[in-house]
Structures are given as structure tokens and as C-alpha cells.
Design a protein around this ligand. Sequence first.
Ligand SMILES: Nc1ncnc2c1ncn2[C@@H]1O[C@H](COP(=O)(O)OP(=O)(O)OP(=O)(O)O)[C@@H](O)[C@H]1O
Ligand SMILES: [Mg+2]
Length: 322
Amino acid sequence: MTELSAVRAEGLVKDFGEFRAVDGIDLDVRQGEIFGVLGPNGAGKTTTLRMLATLLPIDAGRAEVFGVDVRREPHRVRQLLGVTGQYASVDEDLTARENLWLFARIQGLSHARAKAIARDLLDRFGLQEAADRPIAQFSGGMRRRLDLASSLITRPPLIFLDEPTTGLDPRTRGQMWDVIRELVADGSTILLTTQYLDEADQLADRVAVIDHGRKVAEDTPDALKTQVGESTLQLVLESEADVPAAVGVVRRLLGEEPVLSPEAGRMNVPLPDPNRAADVLIGLREAGVGISSMSVAKPTLDEVFLALTGHGTDDRSRTEAA
Ligand SMILES: Nc1ncnc2c1ncn2[C@@H]1O[C@H](COP(=O)(O)OP(=O)(O)OP(=O)(O)O)[C@@H](O)[C@H]1O
Ligand SMILES: [Mg+2]
């Protein structure tokens, strides 16, 4: 028998009227891992999480959290869970410290215990300085951290994070990643959704790619990248006139056809084995072809998404790539 899963879902379905937002999703999140659900706007990420968190009824299929049936025993499931939403669930007029204290009291902790936990979480999330200011004055990044902090009051074994870093600046994003890694080092299991390909790549042990309410792939970030193809040697030649010579070298050495870019002198060479890059570089030098830049890259998760679904992730990433 396999170890008890943190989350096991089979054939999850959610309909909003005529519209099927989640269309038969299976998930198996192992204890102690970071599992990423990756998909563009409207893919069904939040809806899936809300069903698993008992916040939305499951229309068809079934789900278990640490072996506890989500539909039959929602109150027990809630005790195993920390959930942070895409929107902060805190009282604007209270300070960060008061909010955490209040949450802890609502969870049934004593006054003294609630105070100690609030202090501890404010430290851990780097919110000491802002602790006694009302939330209304908080930046987006501070809100996200407070939101995550408040979900940890009861130290749940399973934490759901819905787009934990959307809209954060790069530095705050990095801090959030560190906090998430710490939680896992402390023994938590994390199920997070993201629209960021690099976030899934950085954090997740395994990733489910979802599109239009369906899972289109599931694997480790590395395996997903490999699924799309080999590594690529990206070359920029010093002189565009050398392109035919370079193409000849690649054909002769690798038996592969380089992909020429419309940009002058730029070409991508498919590599069956990243170690063959050196052969190509030596061959080019022997042929007197100068290189102004080179890199070996694995396909990005964006390219993975494109290969799996036939379209890119969203308009934002397309403009970034352009
Ligand atoms: N309460 C609702 N009533 C009707 N349609 C809904 C409701 N909630 C979500 N939807 C629709 O279901 C689909 C999936 O929404 P969901 O919020 O799960 O997407 P998501 O993957 O979380 O997207 P985002 O990245 O924008 O947060 C969308 O088309 C959305 O418009
Ligand atoms: Mg969402």
C-alpha cells in the first residue's frame, strides 16, 4: 500500500449553471510536498481549491484530505487545513497584531496563547515594524504575508495557497517563496495555485497543468520540460553571412536541422544530449564561424504549456515573450 495522501481527488466537477468550470480533475498530493496547480486565468484553479477546502459544494467526484472525506466530514477537513485566498480576509480597521490575536481567539486559543502566537507570527513574517498599524495602511505584499500568517495560527498540516505571489514585487515574491519553503521544512504539505511558470518551477515538486477545467499534464517541472523536447543550443553568429556554413556544421555533426530565427544570425539547435553542444562549438570554430553569444536552455514551462494545449498561458506572458 502507498502512504496516505495529503489530498486525493477523483473526477472533481463543478458546474456554474450551464458552465462546467471544473471538468473531472484528479489530484494526488503526497504528504510533505509542494504541489503546484498551474493554469491561466479562468482555468478552474480557485474553484478546485475551494471545493477541496469545503468552501464550495462538490458537484461530482470525490475528495479526501488525509483520508477524510471532504463531502461527508467537512468540519474534520477544515481542522486539517489552512487556506489563504486570493483576497485578504482581515479586518481593515484593526492592526496586524489585533487581527492575528482575534483569529487565534476565534480558533479557541486562550488570551495569553493568542498573544504569544501573534507575536511569533509577526516576527516570522517580517511584520514586527508594521504590527501596530491598521491593515488599511498595508501594502499588497504586507497583506499577503499577514493573510498567510493568519492561516498558520493553528499550524495546519495542509496549507492551500491561492496565487500567493500574484501582484507582488520581485523582492516580496522571493520572501514569500522562502516562507513557503520554511513551512515545508517544518513538515507542512502545500497545495498552491499559480499563473507563474517560474514559480511552479522554483517551488513545486510536482505540477498539474490545468486548462478549461481539465488536467492536461502532471509531472515534475523537469519532466514536463523534458516532455516537450530536448535542450536547445541558442546561438547568435557574429556574421549573418556565416549562417549557411553554420547550418552545414550542425547537419554534419548532429544530423539535426537548426531553427533559424528571423533575427539576423540567430539560430536554435535542437540537442539530443546537452553534452553535444561542445561538439557544435568546436565544429563552428574549425569552420571559421564566429559566435557572439551562446546558451543552452531547457524549454520553459510556457513552451510546455504551448506544446500541451496548443496555446500560450495568457496574454501577459505572450507580451512578455514578444
Ligand atoms: N461563482 C461563480 N459563478 C459563475 N462562474 C464562476 C464562479 N466562480 C468561477 N466561475 C467561472 O469558473 C471559471 C473558473 O474560475 P476560477 O476562479 O476557478 O479560475 P482560476 O483558474 O482561479 O482563474 P484566476 O487565475 O483568474 O484566479 C471561470 O470561467 C469563472 O468565470
Ligand atoms: Mg483563481
